[in-house]
Design a protein around this ligand. Sequence first.
Ligand code: ADP
Ligand code: MG
Length: 647
Amino acid sequence: MPKIYQLPPSVINKIAAGEVIERPASVVKELMENSVDAGSTRIDVAVEQGGLQLIRVSDNGCGITPDDLPLAIASHATSKIRDADDLFRVGTLGFRGEALASIAEISQFLLRSRTHDGPAGAQLEVAGGHNQGISPCGCPAGTTIEVRNLFYNTPVRRKFLRSTQTEMGHIGEAFTRIALAHPQLHFTLRHNDREVHDLPPVSDMRERIAALFGADIARDLIPVASSDGDVHLAGHVANPTHSRANNRMQYLLLNGRAIRDRSLQHALGEAYRGLLLTGRFPIAFLRIDMPADLVDVNVHPTKLEVRFQEAGQLYSQLLGTLRTKFLSTDLTARLQPTADDDVALAHDRQKTDQLRQELVSWAKGQLSTMQPATTSSPVGVVDEYDPLSKPVSQTRIDLPYAPRPHAPLEIVKLDRSWQAAGPEEEDAELAVAEADAAVRDMEHSGSVPVAAAVMAASGVAALQVHNRYLIAESEEGVVVIDQHALHERILYEQLREKVLSGKLESQRLLVPEAVDLSPAEAAAVMDSRDVLAQLGVTIEPFGGDTVLVSSYPAMLANISPVQVLRDLVDRLLSGGKLPDRRDLLDELLHMISCKAAIKAGDRLSPEEISALLEQRHLAQDTHHCPHGRPTALVFTREELDRQFKRT
Ligand code: ADP
Ligand code: MG
């Protein structure tokens, strides 16, 4: 029979530390939050070697009396709540009394503090959880905490850490969240003696956004505000001209605390429905302020997630506020090209802008006919929502002029190998179910696989319809080719071969382009410099979070380098953790070929059509575009005969 032991406090603390302190950025977050809770007006953060060597946070807050110092680092000791009832009206960022105890357990820890009316300061040293004693010291009013050699006594945890750049990226993100939530406070961040941010106090969140994310985004922000009883929503959302490939630029600040909330993120996506292309995410900086008893912040060790009492109502409020705002905002006016746009790109831009304007007017039409969400539905909606899930209807075609009015002709998954090819296939069960459905559909519709037929269509001139599909006769029947998907696949194959054989043409820019990034983005880019170089994109550091693009692939000549880099960055960050090198390269190849390929909507000349069809044979696998969608569908003659009731 195994014997049961009570664990010693040091082990308990290490376990607790594992929950709260995942990486250096967690320390920065906890210390900064303590400084905010202490009523500080200025908070300075200094970091060395991505926080592994040193993290120092100094503030001018209320300070700690020498008598209280031992308690500050004791676990479950806090000045912020007293009893269980307080848990339901937490007005501070901290309340668990765990952070300092956890940090001191796994680092060399030094705390210096003096209260404003205290005669002298005192300092407390702890090494790996062992209190080294308290001694008087001279120091300004406020608190300074130094954390050295984080994880030095928990080597497993240390092993999981990534490069200095990446860890610094996370620190920058933690810093950004807190600085954004408290624009009235002065924050600074230094890394290895280099100033990363100096954010003087400002009265408006918009100015803080500009200081953190650059003037580009700040200029195109749309202010929003609404109140529903005691629940106040205020902040800024970006004009649809700005968007991201993931939802990292959606800052939700609940009572001064940055949170993640799938339901609210979903509401944001809904509000922008039709205004952004699929796969793009809105940018938002939103404060939600509500009485503390309407939300439970004690559901997650780092309080990143919370539970709202009236989640449905909040969802509706957010969605309704944005929709109403968009209806009264002239989104199209902001979509005009700006004065400093490159002349060479003007023509392209004009075309894109025209398309965008059409999209916006269409979306506005849609918005005005939509009912605001009801309070009862959102929870169910959200549970099923997964931004990564693949639209199931990708290969389904609804013909509006179907022969039978009540049963539109549906051509279904003709070849289901794409099911396995999907790069982001996450849910195996779903895949199996879809595959089964596809087989049933195929049996039902009598369709056949594409492969042979696509090849047979060679040399046949094709008809372009709706500027996006090419229709050609094949031996078996009719082939419908998705011009973008096919071109993308061909480029992907060519590009991959060139990259693998080191023969990719890269073009040096006469004037390197500077790109302002967020700290996390800059870190990811610097980390992936060599992979990017393999793709012909040369990146150089340029101080702060700005990088220079000094050369980039010749085949992307007509797309702006800034745009290319921004999209690459989105890709780099969209996986959560950095994918391994090969996956990354492959991902980026997909992205570049997608960018360089002709688009749906591009009118093609007969020569271009022939060239595209000819090149089809150059690619190894032209049946599917790199995203796993089919590039061509075949309608067999038998199928047509059957549908037209000839057989
Ligand atoms: P919590 O923040 O959940 O109370 P912590 O372990 O983070 O727990 O901090 C423990 C206590 O130490 C706090 O409740 C607070 O009284 C004190 N403290 C920590 N940091 C500071 C600071 N920068 N200024 C003043 N007091 C602080
Ligand atoms: Mg705390």
